[in-house]
Design a protein around this ligand. Sequence first.
Ligand SMILES: *Cc1c(COP(=O)(O)O)cnc(C)c1O
Length: 220
Amino acid sequence: MTAATRLADIRHRIARAERTAGRPEGSTTLVAVSKTFPVEEIRPVIEAGQRVFGENRVQEAAAKWPLLRAETDGIELHLIGPLQSNKAAEAVALFDVIHTVDRDKIAAAIAAEGVRQGRRPRLFVQVNTGLEPQKAGIDPREAVAFVERCRSVHGLAIEGLMCIPPAEDAPAPHFALLAKLARAASVDGLSMGMSSDFEIAVGQGATHVRVGSALFGHRG
Ligand SMILES: *Cc1c(COP(=O)(O)O)cnc(C)c1O
């Protein structure tokens, strides 16, 4: 299968899940997760019409995307991996959307860089819905208060919430929890669903699904 065929298939499956859920077609943004793949393998996906991409490492994105952006207008780049505050300057310069705001130190660093650079990336707060010790994201019990602090203390507009359910769990309860927290925090965005479960996520209101291997193939 070519990249164009795989992209068309994923778009078709998203549209079908939107219809099944009674949602407007096109209400889910596909974030094509290109981490680990070289520019030569990303280019055909851009040529097939995809413009929204996700990367999980700042350094890797900085090495790949300035070139690809110079070639094509309208690229939107999303950071979906953990962010350290010493990389905040580079992340604010490079990314249009950051999905992984999860603590005050990062929120403060993004806010300061936003002022310094005159750039305001769109922001999601990552929630550790499975309370996994090794995983990034704020404790779900603290998520609503943290979104409020992002606004009131850090002056940041938060667009939505993001989660990565534990690999061994059924994803649906995690997606439902994220949707509930988003309502409580008065944010509309829901970044949830990956290759194995994006249709379930669309059914539960995902505004952004992050799909890597189903589109690019297995990561080496
Ligand atoms: C890698 C990654 C994805 C994509 O995962 P696939 O299973 O390959 O679709 C989505 N979200 C995050 C945060 C990731 O790191």
